[in-house]
Structure formats: structure tokens, C-alpha cells
Design a protein around this ligand. Structure first.
Ligand SMILES: NC(=O)c1ccc[n+]([C@@H]2O[C@H](COP(=O)([O-])OP(=O)(O)OC[C@H]3O[C@@H](n4cnc5c(N)ncnc54)[C@H](O)[C@@H]3O)[C@@H](O)[C@H]2O)c1
Length: 347
């Protein structure tokens, strides 16, 4: 294959801060040739800043006019499925930002389309690219932690409701903290657990702080139109017998401003990932092992480079659309369980 001609859909924060700069850093084999944004001025601004030759106000127009090999989907969640499917059907590999979609039905269709057209589909689960995650994955693969039978996932902020963007708009995001950031930590846990199949999901959501005026550590949010959960709590059991506890919050009355943590427990050892610490029983003692130094890498840079390598040289992908579908099924089940007040059992 020759050079990789890349198109960008959405010219907002993640496109301009992460995707475009990292494609450009890859070197001469990658060219960002087109960008589409519903607000054409935003596409034009980004095009000017990064030297992108073609701008469009709709991605359909972009696919009709420019020949592309790969596309980054950087639009609000509501448009992920439509844009991804259009890109795949135009013959492009796709890196779609997280979460995969608004719901599992959309994620299923995205997966089926990728399989039908034989193109690569990746989701922006960038935490998985952390060196800390890789170190623990190595430890698990070497058998050092034994069988992983339980995990705990936290993505909790004290007062971290974003005062910008569409984070608190259910119609555009599909939900609150769970579907926005909870999915990152959930992906890390599931990846380390070997992506077991879920069996039961019991979820509960709360809206106690976001819908009233108050102190905001990330600016003033629109509390009058806040229509997502500010906290989601859940328990997931898996068909292999493993369990996972999940706590996510945009706002909760807790000590720390922002806790992002994945803890995994195996029968020969456990670990916290952020920061990294391993817990074991060895030599007749209970040991804590902390690395003296981890050479962390820029997870976004690694993610985009990895995606380009998958497209250009057929590197084995780190994540699959099937895994994206599992995450989305769990998120759907969390919200459904919260709505009906019962656990959701998977067939
Ligand atoms: N992986 C991460 O760390 C991370 C961080 C931030 C955002 N994200 C994800 O990236 C996506 C975008 O988030 P953002 O913060 O960049 O949002 P943003 O609001 O800054 O940008 C979104 C852009 O999409 C444009 N847009 C909206 N609908 C469109 C459509 N139908 N066609 C073309 N353009 C359209 C908007 O005009 C806007 O410029 C979201 O899915 C979000 O979850 C991921």
C-alpha cells in the first residue's frame, strides 16, 4: 500500500488536539487530506491551522468528492454509527472515538458493516495504550497473578461536570459519566480480564447534584438542562464466574477531585493500575510491589500510530469491534437495569 490518505469527521477538541496532530507526526506516509464539520467554519479553521486541502460541511459530501483510505470519527456520540458506517461503506478503515455508539444495536451494525466490507474498525479506548496497562497485561499473560476473578472500576469526580460541550445532553451523548468516561476504565478492566462475556448486569443511576446550581471544578454547567446521570453504580457478573464492581460519577461528595482506577484481583495476585501497584502473597508474607520507574508513553500518540500501522502494514489490532460491542451491551444493560429496577440477564 502507498500513502494513507486520512479524512477527519468533526473538527472539535479531540480532532484538533489529538487526531490531526498525531497523524501529522507519523511522517510522510500519512496525509490528512480532508475534514468535514457540520459547522463549516470549524472545518476551515482546522484546515488552515494544519494545512488540510479539502473542507466539507457534511461527511457524505466528503466521501463523494475525495478518495480516502482511513477516517477518524470525532463527532458527538449520536453521529458515531452513521459516520462510521458511511466511512466503511466508502472503503475506509475507521478509528471512531469512544464510546462506540449510542447503544448496542448501533455498535452491532457498525461491527457487521466492518466485517462485510473487510475494513478495520477501532474505537478510541486510549487508556488501553498506557504502559501501566501493558505491564499488568504482561504479568497476567505470564501467569503471575493467576486467574483474574474480580475487578473494580472507578471513574469518580468530586465536582467535575464539564461546563462546555455536550456532556450533559442525553440526546447527543446517550448518557452521562458512565458512557463518557466510565467506558474507558471498563475497557481497561475487561481487556485485563480477557474480555469475558457478561452474564448479569445490575445498575443504578443517580441525578442528585448535576441538576442543581453549585460549585463546579470544570466551569459552570447548564444545570437547568442537565438530563444525564451524575452517578452510575453497577455490578456485572460474567459467564466465566468473574465479577466487576463499577462506580462512575461526574459529581459526588467524595474526598478526591478525580479518581480513575482499575483494580484487578487474581488468585495469585492483584493490582491497581493508576498508579501501578501489585499485591501478592509470597515467601510467607504479603507483598506490595511498586515499580521504581515506568517509562509512560503518550497514549493518544500510541493509539493513532497503532491505528496507522494497522492500516499501512497490517499490525495486529489491539482492540476489536467485538469488544466495543460488549462494552456497549454492558452500558445499555446498566441504563436499562436502572430504568426498570431489576438486573438484566444476558442470553
Ligand atoms: N478519547 C478521549 O479521551 C476523548 C476525549 C474527548 C472527546 N472524545 C470523544 O470524541 C467525540 C467528540 O468529542 P469532542 O470533545 O471533540 O467534541 P466537540 O464538541 O469539541 O467537537 C465535535 C465536533 O463535531 C461537529 N459535528 C457535530 N455533528 C456533526 C455531524 N453530524 N457531522 C459533522 N460534524 C459534526 C461539531 O460541530 C463539533 O465541531 C465524542 O464522541 C467524545 O466522546 C474522546
Amino acid at each position: 500500500m502507498g500513502d494513507l490518505k486520512v479524512g477527519i469527521i468533526g473538527a472539535g477538541l479531540i480532532a484538533t488536539q489529538v487526531h490531526i496532530p498525531n497523524y501529522l507526526q507519523y511522517g510522510h506516509r500519512v496525509k490528512v487530506v480532508a475534514i468535514a464539520d457540520a459547522v463549516i467554519e470549524k472545518a476551515q479553521q482546522a484546515a488552515k491551522k494544519f494545512g488540510i486541502p479539502h473542507t466539507f460541511h457534511s461527511f457524505k459530501e466528503m466521501f463523494a468528492e475525495v478518495e480516502l483510505d482511513a477516517v477518524s470519527i470525532c463527532v458527538p456520540n449520536k453521529f458515531h454509527a452513521e459516520a462510521t458506517i458511511a466511512a466503511l461503506e466508502s472503503g475506509c478503515h475507521v478509528l471512531c472515538e469512544k464510546p462506540p455508539a449510542m447503544n448496542a444495536a448501533e455498535a452491532q451494525l457498525m461491527l457487521e458493516t466492518a466485517n462485510k466490507v473487510g475494513k478495520s474498525l477501532r474505537y478510541g479506548f486510549n487508556f488501553r495504550h498506557s504502559k501501566k496497562v501493558k505491564i499488568i497485561k504482561n504479568a497476567i499473560d505470564m501467569g503471575d497473578l493467576g486467574h483474574i476473578y474480580s475487578a473494580r472500576v472507578q471513574a469518580i469526580r468530586r465536582r467535575g461536570i464539564p461546563g462546555w460541550g455536550v456532556f450533559t445532553n442525553k440526546e447527543l451523548k446517550g448518557g452521562g459519566r458512565l458512557i463518557d468516561i466510565g467506558v474507558h476504565m471498563l475497557d481497561v478492566a475487561l481487556y485485563l480480564m480477557g474480555y469475558p462475556e457478561p452474564e448479569n448486569v445490575l445498575g443504578k443511576t443517580h441525578q442528585r447534584i448535576g441538576n442543581r446550581n453549585g460549585v463546579g471544578l470544570l466551569g459552570e454547567w447548564d444545570y437547568e438542562n442537565f438530563n444525564v446521570e451524575d452517578m452510575a453504580v453497577g455490578m456485572i457478573t460474567f459467564k466465566n464466574g468473574a465479577t466487576l464492581l463499577l462506580e462512575t460519577a461526574f459529581a459526588a461528595n467524595v474526598e478526591k477531585d478525580d479518581t480513575m482506577q482499575v483494580s484487578i484481583m487474581g488468585d495469585n495476585g492483584g493490582a491497581d493500575i493508576f498508579p501501578l501497584k501489585i499485591y501478592q502473597e509470597k515467601y510467607g508474607a504479603l507483598l506490595d510491589v511498586s515499580p521504581v520507574y515506568v517509562q509512560e508513553r503518550d497514549v493518544y500518540h500510541h493509539e493513532i500510530t497503532h491505528f496507522v500501522n494497522c492500516c499501512l502494514i497490517g499490525t495486529q489490532p489491539l482492540s476489536t469491534p467485538e469488544q466495543g460491542l460488549i462494552i456497549q451491551r454492558i452500558v445499555d444493560a446498566m441504563y436499562e437495569s436502572a430504568a426498570i429496577g431489576e438486573a438484566i440477564k444476558f442470553a
